[in-house]
Design a protein around this ligand. Structure first.
Ligand SMILES: *[C@@H]1O[C@H](CO)[C@@H](O)[C@H](O)[C@H]1NC(C)=O
Ligand SMILES: *[C@@H]1O[C@H](CO)[C@@H](O)[C@H](O)[C@H]1NC(C)=O
Ligand SMILES: *[C@@H]1O[C@H](CO)[C@@H](O)[C@H](O)[C@H]1NC(C)=O
Ligand SMILES: *[C@@H]1O[C@H](CO)[C@@H](O)[C@H](O)[C@H]1NC(C)=O
Ligand SMILES: *[C@@H]1O[C@H](CO)[C@@H](O)[C@H](O)[C@H]1NC(C)=O
Ligand SMILES: *[C@@H]1O[C@H](CO)[C@@H](O)[C@H](O)[C@H]1NC(C)=O
Ligand SMILES: *[C@@H]1O[C@H](CO)[C@@H](O)[C@H](O)[C@H]1NC(C)=O
Ligand SMILES: *[C@@H]1O[C@H](CO)[C@@H](O)[C@H](O)[C@H]1NC(C)=O
Ligand SMILES: *[C@@H]1O[C@H](CO)[C@@H](O)[C@H](O)[C@H]1NC(C)=O
Ligand SMILES: *[C@@H]1O[C@H](CO)[C@@H](O)[C@H](O)[C@H]1NC(C)=O
Ligand SMILES: *[C@@H]1O[C@H](CO)[C@@H](O)[C@H](O)[C@H]1NC(C)=O
Ligand SMILES: *[C@@H]1O[C@H](CO)[C@@H](O)[C@H](O)[C@H]1NC(C)=O
Length: 795
């Protein structure tokens, strides 16, 4: 109760502290809507289920793209930034101002045929709002509540259709973006024009199927007639239909089918369409819509959405300082915004089991999101972070396994390790004191299950190769594993990820008093060494890179295989480096890249690679040779690994190399798939100057890109401030000295208590590297150099 009160009080002050200048002006949701960013730029609330936007027939993973392609409809749920196929986009609605010759059957129903060009330059997006104009001179605007989308279609007084007078038709289509429909049914009510429907679809990166329901109501014009359509024909009878797979048709999933409502000319030119969604039933979809948007007040819903976003983002205050242009602020705020839209809160919408726990979905995927998204959520919105973790634990309770990826109520594909282990450890270490309702014993049972038990299908949960892992300490490239099935690839990247996951499990075990478990998992956290071949060299185009010692394939019989250390570098040589059956020993990255992935023990890695200077020389080469691709999440931590070699200034310089050159405020301004906000949260954390080593209570300190920022913790109400002294926005990027609450601070890292308890970290900057943060005792902790009984890895 106390916390609830504190929360509301805080939000009010955060809003008014802005004194009129709206931070929402610095959010551009259209960033990353071309060039593979796959960002969802539509209307939504933080972590909400309803996500409304115009869907296109071009780069449609996030629904809309700024690629000039045509618009096929407007749908109510999406995922953002996904890599492969488009996600969700179910039950699109589509408006036409009139049917040619005023005949319903002359309106256009199939998705492919009705697709209409946009009017270039008309897309407008801001938090909680999206609009665009169609070549048919219809303006479409949308805003949302938690489970309901509200659209306002404004029609031209003269329809562009041949021989048509203004009598708008709005259809609702039993389809989704990937055309994955398995079956569907739809009803339209003649008196009100209400359309309800249900459909069963396939998830975009996982197994199984899911069923979703919707309920569309209209306001602003009198209903003229109603009906259904099938294929390219429509009629006023019957008022419902059901589509199943027909056994002959090769692509039953794209057979156009749906319902429509036609109106008399609207009194003020606009018709509002309110679409509620639910995973439970059509009637719950209607109930969601009726309770969340009772009176179709577009302006009020839009205003409320904007206020919600202002409150959510308003926990941060920024003083930009000299030389910081609007573009850089837009990169920052847009990044924070994009990291606040997934996972999605489907609490009370989960048909799979009954529970009083929260249910979140679209952990898409944890392999991506553990590296920056959840650490940013932990800082800005710990209440949501805890609810997400409770939901993960509840998924374990009911399905027996933590997910590594999940969407649309379905199990998603595991890319490497069991990385939910990292999220749970990170959350424990940072915010256990405010983790209301979190059941840490069950959380521990869940992560231990990942480490101990091999599932029958480890392509969607847990880990494969566990027998070899326990007996040999690595995943053999030619593993003998008759205990479960999964892609028998990625032996190198799975090994280093399993090792880090075990480290995180050890942290939890240690904290919860499971001493012998902790010992065991700290031990297997060192297994990454078992695939390190100290004599392996590396060439690019026949020229030696001059570095020796890389992770390499290793067989069951303990002899070595070979994979060119640069192979699977996206910018150099990348063939079948995904989850292909013909995949290789490293996933979406090279052995060069994975050799860095020892987040738990950089001190050992530095020794192994020849000491700090050689480590820095190798890291420099990695960044400058094309071997590092910052558009995939494994590229994030190497920007900051200089800290462990006593060169925090180099991390600062590197982050400024990538931002804004690779992360900027243009439409193409994201280097890879945003992956639910991974790219956005990387940029945001980098600009805050506190970059996490996720899974550990560690933030690596670099100067913020702004003169000063403050973050007010929404639970404790305490304010953490970081201030740059001598900030000039350009050259002065090296910390000379630091104080924390006025006391000299020499460590180059800081812990999350800074955010819980508040304080002022003041960094004095200069134009060249200094001795600050370079001494052995000032470096971040490493497993091999930490005192496990007294240090940060034990209690
Ligand atoms: C709109 O932009 C697309 C490319 O984004 C272009 O192909 C098309 O010709 C443009 N249309 C008009 C009317 O300018
Ligand atoms: C978009 O629609 C226009 C006009 O109907 C058509 O000429 C064009 O080929 C369509 N483009 C796509 C990608 O569907
Ligand atoms: C929307 O959902 C969030 C949690 O995800 C909740 O905090 C908020 O109160 C909900 N909004 C309304 C109006 O119910
Ligand atoms: C439009 O209507 C006129 C008059 O009814 C008719 O002659 C003409 O054929 C129609 N045009 C089209 C394209 O349907
Ligand atoms: C359609 O109407 C029928 C009969 O009233 C009802 O049983 C069914 O649940 C409805 N389906 C949907 C999707 O609304
Ligand atoms: C369509 O509606 C009629 C009348 O309510 C009902 O008998 C029939 O079962 C419905 N059919 C479908 C496919 O929902
Ligand atoms: C949840 O509880 C409701 C009401 O008791 C029941 O109808 C429903 O079948 C239950 N769902 C599951 C998945 O157990
Ligand atoms: C390697 O050679 C290719 C083809 O000559 C060239 O395009 C590429 O830039 C070279 N890469 C490096 C890192 O030297
Ligand atoms: C070890 O296993 C590999 C892969 O199966 C095989 O090529 C190699 O000949 C084996 N070496 C020995 C010494 O058995
Ligand atoms: C890419 O790597 C593969 C595997 O090492 C190799 O066979 C192929 O020749 C390489 N391609 C190029 C263009 O270097
Ligand atoms: C913006 O970022 C994109 C993606 O990383 C990059 O291709 C582009 O060159 C950058 N633009 C500018 C102006 O820096
Ligand atoms: C940094 O602080 C130390 C004491 O903490 C002081 O001796 C030194 O002069 C300071 N250096 C700078 C550049 O401010």
């Amino acid at each position: 109760m106390e916390r609830a009160l504190l929360l509301s009080g805080l939000f009010v002050s955060a809003v008014f502290a802005k004194s009129g200048s709206s931070i929402l002006d610095f959010v551009d949701p259209l960033i990353g809507t071309v060039n593979g960013g796959h960002v969802f730029p539509g209307a939504t609330l933080p972590f909400a289920m309803a996500k409304a936007v115009a869907d296109v027939n071009g780069e449609d993973q996030g629904g809309f793209a700024s690629d000039g392609s045509n618009i096929t409809g407007f749908s109510h749920m999406h995922d953002s930034g996904t890599g492969g196929s488009p996600s969700l986009g179910n039950f699109p609605i589509f408006p036409q101002a009139g049917c040619p010759d005023d005949l319903v059957d002359n309106c256009i129903f199939p998705k492919d045929d009705r697709a209409v060009p946009r009017i270039n330059g008309t897309a407008q997006a801001s938090p909680g709002y999206f609009s665009i104009e169609l070549a048919t001179n219809i303006k479409a605007e949308m805003t949302t509540t938690n489970h309901t989308a509200l659209y306002r279609f404004t029609f031209p007084s003269t329809p562009t259709e041949v021989n048509a007078t203004l009598s708008p038709l709005i259809l609702a289509d039993l389809s989704d973006l990937p055309n994955s429909r398995i079956n569907g049914s739809i009803n339209v009510t003649d008196t009100t024009g209400r359309i309800t429907g249900s459909g069963t679809f396939s998830p975009s990166f996982g197994i199984g199927s899911y069923t979703l329901h919707f309920c569309a109501d209209f306001s602003g014009a009198q209903v003229r007639d109603t009906g259904v359509f099938m294929n390219n024909r429509a009629g006023t009878e019957p008022k419902n239909l059901t589509v199943v797979q027909d056994g002959v048709n090769n692509s039953p999933d794209i057979l156009p089918a749906g319902a429509w409502t036609r109106f008399h000319a609207p009194s003020n030119g606009s018709i509002l369409a309110r679409v509620g969604v639910s995973f439970i039933s059509p009637s719950q979809a209607c109930h969601n819509a009726e309770t969340e948007i009772p009176n179709f007040d577009f302006e009020a819903v839009h205003q409320a959405a904007g206020d919600t976003w202002t409150n959510t983002l308003g926990v941060i205050e920024v003083t930009p300082g000299a030389g910081v242009n609007t573009s850089l602020q837009t990169v920052f705020w847009s990044g924070v915004y994009r990291a606040s839209i997934s996972p999605q809160d489907y609490t009370n919408e989960n048909p799979l089991w009954n529970s009083t726990e929260p249910y979140y979905d679209s952990y898409y995927c944890i392999w991506d999101s553990f590296r920056s998204i959840h650490t940013l959520i932990t800082i800005l919105d710990p209440v949501s972070q805890v609810r997400m973790m409770r939901s993960l634990v509840d998924i374990y309770r009911h399905e027996g396994w933590l997910p590594d990826c999940r969407m649309s109520l379905c199990k998603g594909f595991t890319q490497g390790g069991s990385n939910a282990d990292i999220l749970l450890a990170d959350t424990y270490l940072k915010i256990r004191s405010i983790a209301d309702g979190m059941d840490w014993q069950t959380a521990y049972a869940a992560v231990r299950n990942d480490a101990e038990n091999e599932p029958k299908d480890w392509s969607v949960e847990g880990r494969g190769g566990l027998k070899s892992w326990k007996e040999l300490g690595y995943i053999p490239t030619d593993d003998y594993d008759p205990y479960g099935v999964g892609p028998f690839t990625r032996s190198i990247s799975r090994t280093v990820e399993y090792a880090y996951d075990d480290f995180c499990i050890a942290e939890l075990a240690s904290a919860l008093g499971y001493g012998s478990d902790a010992q065991k998992y700290y031990q297997s956290a060192g297994n990454w060494r078992n695939m390190f071949l100290s004599t392996q060299n590396s060439y690019i185009n026949g020229t030696s890179t001059t570095f020796t010692g890389f992770l390499q394939p290793k067989f069951l019989n303990q002899t070595w295989g070979y994979q060119d250390p640069i192979f699977c570098s996206p910018l150099l040589n990348f063939t079948s480096c995904y989850l292909n059956p013909t995949g290789h020993e490293t996933y979406e990255g090279s052995a060069w890249l994975y050799t860095w992935f020892v987040p738990q023990d950089q001190a050992s890695l530095i020794n192994l690679l020849g000491g700090a200077d050689e480590f820095v020389r190798r890291l420099d080469f990695f960044h400058e040779s094309g071997l590092l691709y910052i558009g995939d999440e494994q590229g994030f931590l190497p920007v900051y690994q200089y800290h462990y070699a006593g060169r925090p200034g180099k991390s600062a310089a590197r982050s400024r190399f990538y931002i804004p050159s690779q992360f900027n405020d243009t439409l193409v301004g994201i280097p890879g798939n945003d992956d639910s906000g991974a790219m956005g949260s990387f940029a945001a954390l980098a600009m805050l100057g506190l970059f996490p080593n996720p899974g550990q209570d560690v933030y690596l300190i670099t100067p913020p890109f702004f003169e000063e920022w403050s973050i007010t913790n929404p639970v404790t109400g305490k304010k953490a401030t970081v201030r740059n002294v001598n900030f000039d926005g350009t050259g002065c990027i090296y910390i000379q000295n630091a104080t924390l609450n006025g006391v000299p601070y020499t460590k180059n890292w800081i812990q999350h208590s800074f955010f819980l308890e508040g304080g002022v970290l003041e960094l004095t900057l200069g134009s060249s590297e200094s001795a600050w943060g370079t001494r052995e005792e000032d470096l971040p902790p490493s497993l091999s150099t930490s005192n496990k009984t007294m240090g940060m890895y034990g209690w």
